[in-house]
Design a protein around this ligand. Structure first.
Ligand SMILES: [Zn+2]
Length: 310
């Protein structure tokens, strides 16, 4: 009698263990389902997101040509493994912004146990194309707003004040007045940001030595082979300078100019011991490492870029 009761007791406990194990298994399966299927969902979402970013940026570079922009966005979506039927491309009424949306149904493997068969994930990206309305790394030269032609040579600094006004030779004071700040900004570019609408002080004086040293420093920093020229240049070459463009005005001594845009110039030469500097006007996106903002409504001076927004 005693023994029988003992066996019965064990069987009852076994049953409880089985129930516990089954419950634990279900939890474990549920966890596995979560990890594997949600992991996969995140993976697909990231893939869609990257594809939308790439497509929006590529499309934006074609704006305001809307059909070219759409075709380019589609091309980049497909290149990144997103089918046209998974995507929606829209362009704003003013043709300055492209939005790419993609969604995909993801079938679950393990979560089916929990009765969830699939889920839809989506991503979205928007990009604008516009001109640069503020930027870091500019050089302390300024040129008056004029009709600028790509590939043409322009004077960036003169040996006389004839083109600017008494005491002015083309230099700006970006950070603080003085030749040492001027030379520093010439060599490395101003590390602060200058924006359209800013009033910037001019830097009177010829400053031939600092000009020669600053420009020669940049020329020597170009280690590209062959050395960068207007026919072929490396987009991040130190010989490329971002130059503020200002509202034309006659200057007198330490004066102020109003910034209306930014252009990029490839140094052609410095001569006259630093009296003269000229450069070729370029069309390009800002060199790597510069901090800038893009504004579709900003007047274009050849320096423009596509940017992801919101
Ligand atoms: Zn170079």
């Amino acid at each position: 009698m005693k023994i029988l009761k003992f066996t019965q007791k064990i069987k009852e406990e076994d049953g409880a263990v089985i129930v516990l194990v089954a419950a634990a298994m279900a939890v474990l399966m549920g966890m596995t389902a979560l990890v594997v299927d949600v992991g996969n969902l995140v993976l697909v979402k990231n893939k869609l997101s990257n594809a939308c970013d790439a497509a929006a940026l590529a499309g934006a570079r074609e704006l305001p040509a809307t059909s070219d922009a759409e075709a380019k966005a589609l091309e980049y979506l497909q290149y990144n493994g997103v089918a046209p039927e998974e995507a929606t491309i829209t362009i704003s009424d003013d043709n300055t912004k492209i939005t790419v949306q993609a969604s995909r149904q993801v079938n679950y493997t393990f979560a089916r146990i929990l009765g969830i068969n699939s889920s839809t994930t989506s991503a979205r990206a928007a990009a604008v194309f516009g001109s640069i309305s503020s930027i870091s790394g500019v050089v302390p030269f300024g040129i008056p707003d004029q009709h600028l032609v790509f590939g043409q040579e322009y004077q960036l600094k003169a040996g006389t004040h004839d083109d600017y006004g008494p005491g002015n030779y083309g230099a700006l004071a970006l950070e603080m007045p003085g030749a040492s700040s001027y030379k520093n900004n010439l060599m490395y570019g101003y590390d602060g940001k200058i924006a359209v609408g800013d009033w910037i002080a001019t830097e009177p004086g010829n400053m031939t030595g600092p000009t020669r040293d600053g420009i020669e420093y940049r020329i020597n920093q170009c280690t590209h082979i062959p050395s960068c020229s207007v026919e072929y240049y490396h987009p991040d070459c130190p010989k490329i300078m971002i130059v503020p463009i200002y509202d034309p005005t006659s200057l007198n001594g330490r004066d102020e100019v109003k910034i209306v845009g930014f252009g990029s110039f490839l140094i052609k030469d410095v001569w006259g011991g630093g009296k003269y500097v000229s450069g070729y006007f370029l069309e390009m996106v800002p060199p790597e490492g510069l901090d800038y903002t893009v504004d579709p409504n900003q007047a274009d001076y050849g320096l423009h870029a596509a940017r992801l927004v919101d």
